[in-house]
Design a binder for this molecule. Structure first.
Ligand code: AHG
Ligand code: MN
Ligand code: MN
Length: 333
């Protein structure tokens, strides 16, 4: 029985042995993410117990300063990743500009982008949240981090993943050789391999996931698409709707069960809400690696060149036939 237990550390070391081009520098980043995930997971689990949810600067019942959980998660990631020595720059949802690391040592060969806590409006109500990350190679030589190091299309990612703080904590990632999932065993504090080579079921569950309250703000094509999903033709399967409001949770369900996740633009805000570098591109890499499709309704997400660190894109992720169907409806707009 215990012979089948594979820890994430062991899995990463195996992958490194198998692929001679892999470097220890890259392994270091994944191991620091593994550690950060455990630290953040512990804080998320305690969130209802200790008054960590207050506003920054306020005090809890113990008269201690409290920090919002998304700022805490950001600090954990910045501090742990800064130390690994493999990075020269970091991009975070919580930081306006990029973070240069480290000031004094040689520049590391990689750049990382992350959303420290995704779905943060759900923390106060005990609903799943997540962390998303994306790793690129630094393209330019020298110590300076340049625009072209930070603004790379998703197709250049060398790794992407997320942590879901749900009924259990899971780490799901890809290094371009399939998608693998690890579940945190809280008893031993280790992520154990629970899904090797995840594939989006297709046909899977017919689930569409979208914030339907924005219906009146959508374009006619987006409205017709959702009307088609609500009322399929007589010979076509019917759909259910699920929407958590934490992209990591909604995407994780899509990965495991099938269906489509959508965060489209509106007429007034065609770019939508989700950010390309640290939310959509990493999910798109995972989605494609699992046999799915990821588009902005027209273009492949992984081909889009980011125009800024916080560039937003409309998002369609999921089973290939459903993402293709979305594209056909949006083509009329
Ligand atoms: P974040 O908490 O990192 O700002 O991201 C929240 C995002 C994403 O998780 C989710 O899919 C989306 O916001 C939900 O937005 P709506 O409330 O507009 O549906
Ligand atoms: Mn987010
Ligand atoms: Mn966030």
């Amino acid at each position: 029985m215990t012979g089948s237990i594979v820890t994430v550390e062991h899995f990463i070391a195996e992958q490194e042995r198998e692929y001679p081009e892999a470097t220890g520098a890259f392994t270091d980043i994944l191991l620091q993410i593994n550690l950060a995930a455990k630290v953040i997971s512990a804080a998320v689990n305690r969130a209802g117990l200790i008054d960590i949810l207050g506003v920054i600067g306020s005090t809890n019942v113990h008269d201690e300063e409290v920090q919002k959980l998304d700022d805490y998660a950001n600090d954990v990631l910045l501090n742990l990743l800064r130390r690994c020595g493999s990075l020269s720059g970091m991009v975070s949802e919580e930081e306006e500009g990029f973070v240069h690391v480290p000031e004094s040592r040689d520049p590391g060969p990689y750049i990382i982008a992350f959303d420290p806590l995704d779905g943060s409006s759900n923390i106060d109500v005990n609903i799943s949240v997540g962390t998303i990350f994306s790793v690129y190679r630094k393209r330019s030589d020298g110590t300076r981090v340049r625009r072209r190091d930070l603004l790379q299309p998703g197709s250049e990612q060398v790794a992407a993943g997320y942590v879901l703080y749900g009924s259990s904590t899971m780490l799901v990632f890809t290094t371009g050789r399939g998608v693998h999932g690890f579940t945190l065993d809280p008893g031993i504090g280790e992520f154990l391999l629970s899904y090797r080579n995840l594939r989006i079921p297709s046909p899977g569950k017919n689930i569409y996931s979208i914030n339907e309250a924005y219906f009146d703000k959508w374009t006619p094509g987006q409205q017709r698409l959702v009307e088609r999903l609500r009322q399929p033709p007589p010979d076509a399967p019917s759909f259910s709707a699920r929407y958590v409001g934490s992209m990591v949770a909604d995407f994780h369900r899509t990965l495991l069960r099938g269906g489509i996740f959508m965060y489209p633009g509106t007429v007034a805000k065609p770019e939508g809400k989700l950010r390309l570098l640290y939310e959509v591109a990493p999910m798109a890499m995972i989605c494609e690696q699992a046999g799915g499709l990821a588009t902005d309704g027209r273009r492949r997400i992984l081909d889009i060149e980011p125009e800024g660190l916080h560039h937003r894109v409309p998002t369609f992720l999921g089973a290939p036939d459903l993402v293709e169907m979305a594209g056909r409806y949006l083509a009329d707009d």
